[in-house]
Design a protein around this ligand. Sequence first.
Ligand code: ZN
Length: 147
Amino acid sequence: MSALSIVIGENTPILRKKTVPIGTITKEIKKLLSDMKETVVVAKGAGIAAPQVGRNERLCIAMIGNKLVALVNPFITWKSETTAIAEEGCLSLPDLWMDVSRSTDIILEFQTEAGKKRELKLSGFDARVVQHEVDHLEGILIVDHRK
Ligand SMILES: [Zn+2]
């Protein structure tokens, strides 16, 4: 595994582009996911999305249940109407901390690195991290949540 360099800046084009779901999970994609995990560990983050390492695939890593989980083609299929506000940072926006309102509970569909389909109901911190990372896959950053 090797840490990748992180794309910085709220107006950087790759961070503003919607990502594309992937078909086959190739060896190259598996290597990318393990490098992305390493990048989160080194940067002491809670997750990272493909655009943050200069890629356009619908892939991210998110801290779920205190573990870094690789999410292939993640989609949030349900969000609770109940929301909560908490401070978030972003590895692509160093030194910025912002209060962001998020749904407290979500249902997430994704595939594992092995291509298995999974559905998870998440709440609290886990739900927040996943919403932040899935936002990245749509080209959305925390600054867009500014009111
Ligand atoms: Zn981020």
